[in-house]
Ligand binder design. Structure first.
Ligand SMILES: C=C(O[C@H]1C=CC=C(C(=O)O)[C@@H]1O)C(=O)O
Ligand SMILES: [Mg+2]
Length: 458
């Protein structure tokens, strides 16, 4: 209780004649498990998010919504979020004694892959720019834990929320509040499977001097016996997909969730980090087999070409905004639980200050999700792909009030809708692509979510 009292806004802090943002931060003395906190607050279902970076250096759990920043189909989607966020921060009163990035008021959310693509009702619960400032946010940064409370205008209903939240923590009941009972898979459908293969073959024919690579994605729809709980899936993802971004963004009755190995961009002060990730092969049955598959991938011209387009594009983006940057000449292998990839890390120092959102605009979609060159590839996807990608394959992540932030590319993801889920997976189609092989590659990419949802053992 001591801690929760420190978070309450009192007296003059609450005497608000104008609508402004007030935020307060405390440090948690006793270490808490954020997934448990997330699960304990299921009365806020639809208004929660969760995030963990691959190295575990940042973990966030957001409970409740203080302010939404959401919009559909705008030309200037990144600028609009930037502007609204600045307006919200202007005149705000932020009581935060800590200098750490990711502590204090912060937006969490994501963008649609392509706001210009015709929408279906699959993504009705998500906007093209879908962000919010949480009412209460738990952040763990490099092992230290903090709580930020955000209050807008004279809304005082947070008092109860904070109290309830801390009471549950203090009761310290059973910490394994995540209910991981198995949920039976009743049905699984590959959407437009054969048409998808035909489309891949047709797009291969279109590749040539101008259009060199197009990433094509597909959907698989699953039906389970019972409603799927976000926390149970998160727990599986956290246990199984170790070096991934694990994310969940709830909205209404839906939840967009995943475990992505791919960083789009991280900004810490003037430092920027990105990743080129493209080119894939299965994991082996044993160590020897795995090693030989890895070597096969490293030496495969089709996959190297597929990877190289990503390197070329990110390199030219870095040239525009960085004073110095480093991109190794050769990719290396990144081994995930179900798949291995060609991977090239990117680090740079910004020439002058640039916002996280402007860096997203510069990069998204890289040829790992769009194609090469970018504009032609997006056009081709818009025209040929029989899928509403929604938030799949797009930037998802956070930006704080000091301009730091980190966004993953939301692959290996699913949209949960009560007892059903849509899984998404894509692959880089280049001139040497074979439709059947690409279909198999996307099937491997469904695996992490399929297994986390309980659609398959292991
Ligand atoms: C588009 C996806 O993966 C991308 C990232 C890594 C490897 C890829 C590939 O080898 O095709 C894709 O470009 C996905 O997982 O849905
Ligand atoms: Mg591929």
């Amino acid at each position: 209780m001591k801690e929760s009292k420190g978070l309450l806004l009192e007296g003059s802090e609450l005497n608000t004649s104008t609508s402004i943002l007030r935020s307060k931060v405390i440090k948690l003395e006793q270490k808490q498990d954020f997934l448990t906190i997330f699960a304990q607050n299921d009365q806020y279902k639809g208004k929660r998010f969760f995030w963990k970076s691959p190295d575990g250096a940042s973990v966030f759990a957001g409970i409740g919504i203080c302010k939404m920043l959401q919009s559909n189909g705008m030309e200037q989607i990144y600028e609009e979020v930037e502007k609204e966020w600045q307006e919200l921060l202007d005149g705000s009163e932020i009581n935060n004694p800590f200098q750490t990035a990711g502590v204090g008021p912060m937006l969490f959310g994501g963008f649609s892959f392509d706001p210009k693509k015709t929408r279906t009702n699959l993504w009705d619960n998500f906007k093209d720019a879908h962000f919010y400032l949480p009412a209460i946010m738990f952040s763990e940064i490099d092992g230290e834990q903090y709580v930020t409370v955000n209050q807008y205008g004279d809304r005082n209903d947070l008092v109860e929320v904070i109290q309830a939240c801390f009471e549950k923590l203090e009761k310290n009941e059973d910490t394994s509040t995540v209910n991981t009972h198995s949920n039976k898979l009743l049905d699984s459908k590959e959407i437009n499977g054969d048409q998808w293969k035909r489309m891949v073959s047709e797009v291969v024919q279109d590749l040539g001097q101008s259009l060199k690579k197009v990433v094509l994605a597909r959907e698989s729809r699953l039906v389970f016996e019972q409603d799927i709980t976000t926390e149970a899936v998160l727990e599986n993802l956290l246990n199984r997909q170790k070096n991934s971004y694990v994310f969940a963004l709830e909205s209404g009755k839906d939840c967009f969730i995943g475990a992505s190995p791919e960083r789009l961009v991280k900004k810490a002060g003037k430092q920027v980090f990105s990743v080129c990730l493209a080119g894939s092969i299965a994991r082996g049955m044993n160590e020897e087999d795995d090693e030989s598959l890895g070597q096969e991938l490293m030496n495969d011209p089709k996959n190297r070409v597929e990877h190289d387009y990503v390197v070329q594009m990110i390199r030219s983006a870095m040239e525009k905004v960085c004073s110095t940057f480093e991109i190794p000449d050769e990719p290396r292998l990144l081994k995930m639980r179900d798949i291995q990839h060609l991977y090239t890390p990117v680090t740079g120092t910004l020439l002058k200050s640039a916002s996280v959102l402007s860096l997203i605009e510069l990069l998204h979609p890289t040829p790992a999700l769009g194609g090469y060159p970018q504009a032609l590839a997006i056009e081709k996807i818009r025209e040929a792909e029989m899928l509403d990608r929604g938030l799949y394959g797009a930037p998802i992540g956070w930006l704080d009030y000091r301009g730091n932030g980190e966004f993953a590319v939301s692959i290996r993801s699913a949209l949960i809708q009560k007892n059903e889920a849509s899984l998404f997976a894509g692959c880089g189609v280049v001139k040497d692509s074979d439709a059947e092989m690409e279909f198999k590659e996307t099937a491997i990419k469904f695996k992490p979510m399929l297994s986390a949802l309980g659609g398959q053992l292991g």
